[in-house]
Design a protein around this ligand. Structure first.
Ligand code: C2E
Ligand code: CA
Ligand code: CA
Length: 675
């Protein structure tokens, strides 16, 4: 469009230029003929003037008649011999001498005629006839001035019209061009609209012909494709967003209880501590650990256990102010971050302990558990998040050891016990590598005193910690994941002792090894036992294993497959501490158990009341009916022995007969027995 407009302007300019040129040409010709006529007339008139006797004065006056002609520069009259008679200097000339300075081209020929020289038009006329010459007349006319003037006049007259025409033309052209381009302009506007609104559902009405309409159609199709694509995209984005939220939820929340998880709790705690630390403010962390949860999980199953945890979470949230944070720390442990004033904490802890000890009803089971709560303050823990949680944990542990279902505030003395647990856990590795463990054997005897077995019981004389009882370090080893290494050591040692001693005894004295429930979870364990037997080439029936009910109830299938492997090896299995696991008895029919060991607590109660006695009798009766052997643990008195013997429990173990002893002592013991 610009190119066209420029072209129009150029053409218009060219037309204007040539018009002006043409005009100049015409005008100069007109001026020439005008001058010709004027000079002819004057030459005629001058015949009469020159014929006067005293013509000088008349001549001067006559030449002055040129005054009205502004373009006449000057004029001169000569005699026939070309001597100047009179000179007239016109408006354009200042004086006569200037006129004389002008060099004229006709001067050489001195012929009458019209001449053009530079910007001048010169008329040279003869005065009189060729045969009778009176003189000559020369008139010099300015040619440029008049042409310029006339050109200006013309331009002033033409230019507005030309400009107007050009503008109209341009307008028309622009209008027409816009009309032609309108379909494209529409498309461009449409594209801009889409760009601005981001609305891909827009469509443009089809119009125009041929290419334009097909372009419009194509654009509409493209819009459809984009809309479809962006809809898919939108769905995808929503899905991603949903996923991200889910991930965030998973990362920060516990899916079972819908409480914040440990990681999120740590972040919140860290932030809160950073906030209060500069002003030496305070906050509290409560460590809540359920009492008896494991039993529920073991006896009623994981589904009930899970629901119970969720219910516990609901109750906890009810007691704790909304601005405080309740989180599941793992397993049956919960953490509460509280901003309550220290003096309000006992009340809150009380509420939690009491609230969680009330009955839960889950799947129609009425379940009673409890909670032990440890409380620690940030200011007492050096504003260190990890120390703070540890202190709450230590206080909780203290509450547990004080008898559970209670709360306990942290105090630094408690760290000693905690430290001891850590020391014990750390010292176990060294104990294994430095042979600090030894095995004691406690005889299992018949009521008549005949030794028919022995239980291997571990002892630890630590170089750093002194004597540590198995009751103390075994649970710690279990928690620290070191129990299996210990069990492996025990089995190896027992096999050595059996090979060296027990297998050489005249009568059969099998040795029992205590297994932890953690050992049963090690899939390689049966293979380990078998390869150790092979290594020491001992008869497998000289080994027995004792497991507690927990080992079973943790995972019945796993335990069953484990004990089937053990049975295949030819070893017997005893159920240790029978009666302490709060278990339902029905599982007894489902597991491959050879011996039931009546727990010491039942034996202790023999003779205390008729009901206690009845309980022992029931266990004896039950074992007989199930075809299982019996062994009573912890027999300390003659009356206990007698009661058990009379009622058919043949095998016993206890201080009344013998304490656990070194292998050396055991040899001596066996020797005296034989004697
Ligand atoms: P347990 O398996 O029930 O072992 C019997 C415990 O009762 C032994 O305690 C034994 O010394 C003690 N005892 C036996 N007769 C009497 C008695 O007449 N009166 C009293 N008051 N106690 C008696 P110990 O050796 O201190 O072991 C405690 C527990 O540590 C064991 O209970 C067992 O659960 C565990 N344990 C001991 N040695 C090992 C081991 O080698 N491996 C594993 N996994 N656990 C072991
Ligand atoms: Ca045992
Ligand atoms: Ca026992």
């Amino acid at each position: 469009m610009l190119l066209s407009l420029v072209s129009i302007a150029v053409v218009a300019g060219a037309v204007f230029y040539s018009a002006v040129r043409e005009h100049s040409e015409l005008y100069s010709r007109y001026v020439e003929s005008d001058l010709n006529a004027l000079s002819d007339n004057m030459a005629n008139d001058l015949i009469a003037v020159l014929n006067e006797p005293n013509y000088f004065f008349d001549l001067k006056r006559y030449l002055l008649s040129l005054e009205p002609y502004p373009n006449v520069i000057g004029a001169a009259v000569y005699d026939p011999e070309w001597n100047v008679l009179e000179i007239y200097a016109g408006a354009a000339l200042l004086n006569q001498s200037e006129f004389e300075e002008v060099e004229f081209s006709y001067w050489d020929t001195r012929q009458p005629g019209m001449y053009r020289q530079d910007d001048h038009l010169i008329a040279v006329k003869r005065i009189g006839e060729p045969t009778l010459v009176f003189g000559y007349l020369v008139i010099i006319n300015d040619l440029n001035g008049p042409i310029r003037d006339s050109r200006t006049t013309l331009a002033l007259r033409i230019l507005p019209v030309a400009l107007a025409v050009m503008l109209v033309l341009m307008g028309l052209f622009y209008f027409q061009a816009s009309r032609w381009l309108w379909p494209l302009t529409r498309l461009s506007q449409f594209a801009r609209q889409v760009q601005e609104t981001k609305d891909y559902s827009l469509q443009i009405r089809e119009s125009g012909k041929y290419e334009v309409s097909s372009l419009t159609r194509d654009i509409n199709n493209m819009m459809d494709a984009i809309r479809l694509e962006s809809e898919i995209n939108q769905e995808y984005v929503e899905l991603l967003e949903q996923r991200r939220e889910e991930m965030e939820y998973l990362a920060n929340y516990d899916s079972l209880t819908r409480l914040v998880n440990r990681q999120c709790f740590m972040t919140l705690l860290e932030r809160s501590i950073a906030e209060i630390k500069p002003q030496q403010g305070d906050l509290t962390v409560m460590f809540v650990d359920l009492d008896g949860f494991k039993v529920v999980n073991d006896t009623l199953g994981h589904e009930v256990g899970d629901k119970l945890l969720a219910e516990v979470a609901v109750r906890l949230k009810k007691f704790v102010p909304t601005e405080d944070v309740v989180s599941r720390h793992g397993g049956d442990e919960f953490l509460v971050l509280s901003h309550e004033a220290p003096m309000d904490m006992p009340l809150l802890a009380e509420q939690i302990v009491k609230g969680l000890s009330e009955i839960f009803v889950i799947n129609n089971w009425e379940i009673r558990i409890g909670a032990s709560v440890g409380i620690a303050r940030a200011s007492e823990s050096g504003y260190d998040m990890h120390d703070l949680i540890r202190n709450a944990d230590v206080a909780m542990y203290n509450a547990k050891s004080m008898g559970k279902s209670r709360y306990s505030f942290f105090n630094p003395e408690m760290l000693e016990g905690y430290q001891r647990r850590i020391d014990i856990a750390n010292a176990i590795d060294q104990a294994l590598s430095h042979d600090e463990f030894i095995l004691y054997y406690q005889p299992k005897v018949t009521s008549e005193g005949q030794v028919i077995g022995a239980e291997a019981l571990i002892r630890w004389q630590s170089h750093t910690l002194g004597f540590v009882s198995p009751g103390e370090f075994i649970p710690i080893a279990e928690q620290a994941g070191k129990i299996t290494a210990i069990t492996e050591w025990v089995i190896e040692q027992v096999c050595k002792d059996v090979q060296e001693y027990f297998s050489k005894l005249p009568q059969k004295v099998p040795v029992s090894v205590n297994l932890s429930s953690y050992d049963l979870k090690k899939f390689y364990f049966p293979d380990f036992i078998k390869s150790t037997f092979d290594k020491y080439e001992i008869p497998t029936e000289l080994l027995e294993f004792e497991v507690t009910e927990h080992s079973y109830l943790d995972n019945l299938d796993l335990a069953n497959s484990f004990f089937r492997d053990i049975a295949l090896l030819g070893c017997r299995v005893a159920l240790d501490d029978f009666g302490t696991g709060y278990s339902s008895l029905s599982y007894l029919t489902k597991i491959p158990i050879d011996v039931i060991k009546i727990d010491k607590q039942f034996v202790d109660d023999i003779g205390a009341s008729a009901r206690d006695d009845a309980l022992v009798l029931t266990i004896i009766e039950m074992a007989r009916k199930l075809g299982m052997d019996l062994c009573a643990e912890g027999v300390e008195t003659k009356s206990q022995r007698d009661f058990l013997a009379v009622h058919g429990c043949r095998v016993m173990q206890g201080y009344y007969f013998a304490r656990p002893m070194t292998l050396e002592k055991f040899r001596e013991y066996m020797a005296t027995q034989a004697a």
